[in-house]
Design a protein around this ligand. Structure first.
Ligand code: C5P
Length: 230
């Protein structure tokens, strides 16, 4: 059985590009993330394709709107039979609660806290939050827990604090994963797959280090080995 806690981000904008990645990675990958770019371009057929290939789907649309709108949107998404979906914790407890109410146990609902591309400076300047990023992330995690969500999306750097403030089984889904020596790109709060494993991340999300590698299968295998063996 493939390791379903390593989620590969399909950050491409066409079905053809998606199929190429999924075909080249074959049976080894069982969990994919469909984000805004792909979903806005190609819609729900991306999800159907992945499900036909027996893949699990994390639909990362990061919903953030008034509670009524998010509830309505979530009632559509729940019909897709996806496995994981995101809202922004900044949308508030009521918004998250409404989303969870509609979704029920159909899929794991996780809240984005502070994006892993956000630095402390960005957060202070743009969001006018004058704490540390970790404090802000833990605060959002507590709000997500209060709203009944299954977990949060965060940097692996914050996992320990979040688990301590919520509970051990509160899921920490961590993007911003970079194998040692690889390009960081726009991510700021990064960790290696090995560090993420050791620190207790429940799922890691990896995009460019796999999908833009010259040999995606080799890159996937190397990351998976680091992640699984810790
Ligand atoms: O290419 P890379 O590995 O940086 O991709 C990370 C993926 O995780 C992207 O699809 C990005 O949208 C997503 N993500 C993130 N930080 C968050 C939430 C999601 O990087 N807090």
């Amino acid at each position: 059985m493939a390791d379903d806690r390593l989620i590969v981000a399909l950050d491409v904008s066409t079905m053809d590009a998606m199929k190429e990645i999924v075909t080249s990675l074959g049976d080894s990958v069982s969990f994919y993330k469909v984000g805004m770019e792909l979903f806005y371009a190609e819609g729900a057929k991306t999800i159907r394709f992945l499900q036909e290939q027996n893949k699990q789907v994390f639909l990362d649309l990061k919903l953030h709107d008034i509670p009524n709108t998010v509830r309505s949107a979530m009632s559509v998404l729940r019909t897709f039979g996806i496995d994981m979906v995101t809202v922004h914790a900044a949308g508030g407890v009521e918004m998250m609660r409404e989303a969870k109410k509609v979704l029920g146990d159909q899929a794991k609902l996780v809240a984005v806290t502070q994006l892993t591309s956000t630095s402390e400076e960005d957060m202070r300047d743009c969001q006018n939050i004058q704490t540390t990023v970790s404090e802000s992330v833990v605060n959002y995690a507590c709000k997500a827990k209060e709203a009944g969500l299954d977990g949060v999306v965060c940097s692996a750097q914050e996992v320990k604090l979040i688990k301590a403030a919520t509970s051990e089984d509160f899921l920490c889904v961590t993007p911003g994963i970079r194998p040692a020596g690889s390009e960081i790109g726009d991510q700021k709060r990064v960790m290696t797959p090995q560090e993420a494993h050791q620190i207790g991340s429940d799922y890691i999300v990896v995009g460019r280090p796999i999908t833009r590698a010259t040999d995606p299968v080799a890159a996937y295998r190397a990351i998976k080995a680091e992640w699984v063996n810790g």
